[in-house]
Design a protein around this ligand. Sequence first.
Ligand SMILES: Cc1cc2nc3c(=O)[nH]c(=O)nc-3n(C[C@H](O)[C@H](O)[C@H](O)COP(=O)(O)OP(=O)(O)OC[C@H]3O[C@@H](n4cnc5c(N)ncnc54)[C@H](O)[C@@H]3O)c2cc1C
Length: 475
Amino acid sequence: MQGDRQRVAVVGGGIAGLAAAYELRVQAREQGLPLAVDLFESSARLGGAILTEREGDYVLDAGPDAILTLKPWALEFCRELGLDDEIIPTRDEHRGVALFSRGRLRSLPYGTGSSAVRKIKAYLGSGVVSWPAKLRMAADLLLPRGEARDDESMADFFGRRLGREAVERIVDPLIAGIYSGDPDRLSIYSTFPRFPQIVAKRRSILLSLLRAPQSARSGSRTLPIFCSLRDGLGRLVERVTDHLEGASLHLNTPVIAVERSRGRYALITSQGQRNEYSAVILAAPTWVAARLLESLAPEAARRMRRVRYVSSATVFFAYRRSDLGTPPQGYGFLVPTCEGRRVNGATWITNKFNHRSPEEGFLARCFIGGDRTGEQLDADDECLVDICKDELREIAGIAAQPLFSRVYRWRESGPQYDVGHAKLITSIDEELASLPGLHVTGSGYRGIGIPDCVYDGRQTARRALERLAVESARS
Ligand SMILES: Cc1cc2nc3c(=O)[nH]c(=O)nc-3n(C[C@H](O)[C@H](O)[C@H](O)COP(=O)(O)OP(=O)(O)OC[C@H]3O[C@@H](n4cnc5c(N)ncnc54)[C@H](O)[C@@H]3O)c2cc1C
């Protein structure tokens, strides 16, 4: 890739697009490539779903609040960006999560120590499911592997291994906490491929879970399964942006179409600008990418539209600690759909991470929406606050008046990996193969968590550069 400066565009300034732009800059620098990078973001800020706001000494992570350490790519990225000293673990002393099941909060056997016997005892005593359901779950220890399947729903997979009640009272709320989704529709292979692998290799899910690590090695440290950054995950966005020197960042600039002529791509922005690029990385939600590719790749666009998205909201409450009497225990609670409540769960942020509230304060956040409580989102902010207050009072006994509350809405921002998702994405990739130089990344495709988005964004950037190198060697 000598001579003329190549131009690459990234559409979407969420973490996937930022990671892609970062990787383009790093590779260009390391390989001495004459590369220009333009990043287009429709809104007024970078970060997409990652947003940290401050209210006095309270730190509000409005979207994601934790990074999974078992997938190392996000933490590695933080280190590369010089954020090592800012990585904070979850607070071990409050470890634990509760399920609202059969009328009250019940502690799940999370973090009850590494001994399998202690875990089993804690589980049996939790009362999350009935005794017949516990016996049905124990069948997993004996059930044969069964036939390997192409794909199936989480409900079918876990129902077969653990029984329907376990699906309704354990799998469903845990899934809602991650995907805001419905286990009857979500694909086990695209959400938790580890479980079918466990069954294929070791047969029993329960035995594997009992042996599962409660921490991960990361660099020179052992970290719990979730971490964050001292001043909120928005720091990740700030630091990546700091490292994008040389790239042109275009905020408030929605891209409205992608065209192609003579092997190059033209991006049209809503302001009517038309810029040409050798390669384009679309890092916006799939329903946006579908709109942009409507004329250029109608079949790929049609398939992209099949990736379903749900909306959600996070509602924060800051309390004076002394108003709470005994502050809630653990990291928070999750609610199974079958309980018919109006929130999916709540996180006791102050218990989960240090540096989130002043000494005398307590920060909580409720989670509403997704496949199960999505209809609540039609209500205005005041109404959402009232719904959450009622639920916190009835479920967790919190009757105190908050010092302040905040509502953050996440419209059409939660992709749902329904049964058949992996095949759908492969078929989109196949369709796009006829458009060399056009790439897609982001949470709609190959993983929704921050680690997956970082990994896929960077890999996509590398693929884009490799192709440009081949092109320029040919010409
Ligand atoms: C409430 C919530 C809680 C979550 N909790 C966690 C968690 O704790 N841990 C975790 O790992 N993950 C969590 N996630 C998931 C994770 O945050 C997201 O999957 C990830 O941040 C998505 O990144 P992305 O870059 O793919 O997409 P996005 O963040 O959605 O970014 C896409 C960007 O594209 C821009 N865009 C859209 N259209 C255009 C256009 N036409 N032109 C230009 N730009 C455009 C958008 O404005 C946006 O900035 C959570 C998500 C939400 C919503």
